[in-house]
Design a protein around this ligand. Structure first.
Ligand SMILES: [Zn+2]
Length: 64
């Protein structure tokens, strides 16, 4: 396995990490209930995804 030859300088480390930023969460609106939801995830309020119902909102054993 390749091993780095030199220690990465503090300047290089900080310069690299200066460009590492968190991106805001993308939100779309649910076509069923118009609530804000993340894409590719079943709606947290009505539990629908791609026109089908997944009962996520009714299920309570994972909500604490
Ligand atoms: Zn919904």
């Amino acid at each position: 396995m390749a091993v780095p030859k030199r220690k990465t300088s503090r300047s290089n480390t900080r310069h690299r990490r200066a460009n590492w930023k968190a991106t805001p969460v993308t939100l779309t609106t649910c076509p069923q209930c118009k609530a804000p939801m993340q894409p590719h995830i079943a709606c947290p309020s009505c539990g629908s995804y791609n026109g089908r119902q997944y009962g996520v909102a009714e299920r309570t054993e994972h909500q604490g």
